[in-house]
Design a protein around this ligand. Structure first.
Ligand code: SIN
Length: 582
């Protein structure tokens, strides 16, 4: 019995475009604006409102070598160190050299960064950065300002947008090339229900997957939809084991679930101290950069101290900032703390690590091309190679910006040069459906509340601290959920029309299984992958990337590639190396 399977039902409506951009954070909207400016008919589809993704929640800022005396070379060095031997140096070089101009273009689009009396952009520090390099807006509301400016620009440009549209699967033509996406749309009048956007290129910018864990800084929409779609479409994903746990998330009790308030690294960048319950600064002896060590090191330092002292959290002490600095520099964090009855002006803030960022994702080349022709990915959903085993703080907004621009340039050049399939003819009944290629791989459709079981399983077995045993338990738990969904005649969904929560549960289950498969395979500790049973970094065996794909029969296959020896930045349709089923 196969149960209900996750492939989109036939669309009830369709529109067409040159490019469909899926997602509306910094990466998606940057790609859309640039494609549209180059004359491509562009449609943006997004799961909730245009500004509901992770970008809006970014606090600290955007890293770029903008300050006097700073250089892209120094930014590159810091990024490579944080990435713990797994960054793709060519990708990082593009990021840091193209970054400053991309930030200036963002400013020209309307994003207002904080400036000093001389009009120069103010820069702060965060973990792993040896210089002040982080531009910020509204003190600690950088993402909200970027989102505001980009959404405004999209509206002014007249780019078509479809909100409340959860992407389901990739459509392909008879040559296996991306030809659009299917969507589940809620409450958009004529476009209600399952529909399709047919397009000559598809840009995934769907954000992260933090919701696979119980406690995360990510908003509720971050359910790994893009990675799941890419897997079902046969694309390769890479580095999924490297989930970054942000060291300082406001601790709201042992049972706190869902999105938790972030306390930006910029607070430490401006001089806050991490202390235990006795007021001891425990990071000072652990790394020369103390509280400003790369994020994985600080998260581990906090976890170690919690274990040593039996505490459930540590504290971030910034009372010495004084009221005025808190109000002017960190108004968002101050308000969030006070909303929970904590006043950082007069007391240390309880903090603990929580899931924050997926350093891995859909594997791309330097133009954002995935291993499926015509399918691109940028932002958190992508694995461009810039983050390696641990993303450097505030490199994510920059990556979204730089690689979205690169994608737009590649897509529009290929559209103009005939490098992407022609748009299907539009008849009186709307666009003709492109010749249909291979159906996406199918996945069982679990009951919507499976989400919580997935989160609990992942938090217990594949969280900040992992071991072979904990991962084995997590894999067994997830397999049981997968089998239950496949066994039940109703697919667990118990509804003729699956709801958004059902699709999300299916996506979470698939990405969780892929993440655990990679984490089990990597038998070492590196960056944000911390294996208690393999405490050392092992370059001889593991300085390589783990690649995953979904086989035609729905089996997850794990392979690997050498570090610095990634296949050339060209389109490939087959995985990088022979893999083994999980
Ligand atoms: C922060 O403000 O601490 C988050 C920055 C980031 O995740 O890069």
């Amino acid at each position: 019995m196969t149960g209900i399977r996750l492939t989109a039902p036939d669309p009830g409506w369709a529109i067409d475009a040159d490019v469909v951009v899926v997602g509306s954070g910094v990466a998606g909207l940057t790609a859309a604006l640039r494609c549209s400016a180059a004359g491509a008919r562009t449609v943006v589809v997004t799961k909730a409102r245009l500004d509901d993704g992770s970008t809006r929640w970014a606090q600290g800022g955007i890293a770029a070598a903008l300050g006097e005396g700073d250089t892209p070379e120094q930014h590159l060095d810091d990024t490579l160190v944080a990435g713990a031997g797994l960054c793709d140096e060519d990708a990082v070089r593009l990021l840091v050299t193209e970054g400053p101009a991309a930030v200036r273009r963002l400013i020209a689009t309307g994003a207002a960064f904080d400036t000093g009396a001389d009009g120069e952009i103010l820069l702060t520090r965060e973990g792993g950065h040896h210089r002040r390099r982080i531009a910020h807006a509204g003190g600690d509301a950088t993402g909200a300002e970027i989102s505001r400016a980009l959404v405004k620009a999209v509206h002014e440009t007249g780019i078509e947008t479809i909100e409340d549209a959860l992407v389901l699967d990739l459509l392909t033509d008879d040559a296996g090339r991306a030809a659009g996406v299917t969507l589940h749309v809620m409450g958009q009048g004529q476009r209600d229900g399952v529909g399709a956007v047919h397009a000559r290129a598809v840009v995934l910018a769907t954000g992260g997957m933090g919701q696979v864990f119980s406690s995360t800084t990510n908003p509720a929409v971050s359910t790994g939809d893009g990675v799941a779609l890419a897997l079902r479409a046969g694309a390769e994903v890479s580095d999924l084991e490297f989930v970054q746990f942000h060291p300082t998330v406001l601790w709201l009790g042992p049972d706190a679930e869902g999105q938790q308030p972030l306390v930006s690294e910029a607070v430490r960048g401006e001089g806050a101290h991490l202390v235990d319950a006795d007021g001891v600064r425990f990071m000072a002896g652990q790394h020369e950069m103390a509280e400003l060590a790369p994020r994985d090191i600080v998260a581990k330092g906090i976890m170690r101290r919690m274990r040593e002292t039996g505490a459930e959290h540590m504290y971030l002490d910034a009372r010495h900032f004084g009221r005025r600095m808190w109000e002017e520099r960190f108004p968002t964090i101050l308000a969030a703390c006070r909303a929970h009855g904590i006043d950082p002006v007069t007391e240390p803030v309880p903090v603990a690590p929580a899931a924050h960022y997926a350093s891995g994702g859909v594997r791309t080349d330097l133009h954002g091309r995935t291993t499926v022709e015509g399918l691109y990915a940028c932002g958190e959903v992508a694995c461009t190679g810039v983050h390696g085993a641990n993303r450097l703080a505030s490199n994510s907004l920059l990556e979204g910006l730089v690689f979205a621009e690169r994608i737009a340039d590649d897509v529009t050049a290929r559209l103009a040069g005939g490098g992407l399939p022609a748009r299907p003819a539009t008849g009186p009944d709307g666009p003709a459906r492109p010749a249909t290629g291979p159906a996406p791989r199918t996945c069982p459709l679990p009951a919507p509340d499976t989400r919580h079981e997935i989160q609990r399983t992942m938090t217990a077995g594949a969280g900040v601290l992992r071991s072979a045993r904990s991962l084995e338990r997590a894999a067994a738990g997830l397999d049981a959920l997968h089998e239950r969904a496949a066994r039940e005649p109703e697919g667990g969904a118990r509804a003729a029309e699956p709801c958004v929560e059902t699709w999300e549960a299916a996506n979470l289950l698939l990405v969780a299984r892929a993440l655990v498969a990679a984490a089990r395979r990597r038998e070492e500790t590196r960056g944000c992958h911390w294996r208690e049973d393999r405490p050392d970094r092992d370059d001889a065996a593991w300085r390589r990337h783990l690649l995953l794909r979904l086989d035609g029969d729905g089996t997850l296959v794990v392979g690997s590639t050498g570090t610095h020896a990634l296949p050339p930045a060209t389109h490939r349709t087959t995985p990088g190396s022979a893999g083994t089923p999980q």
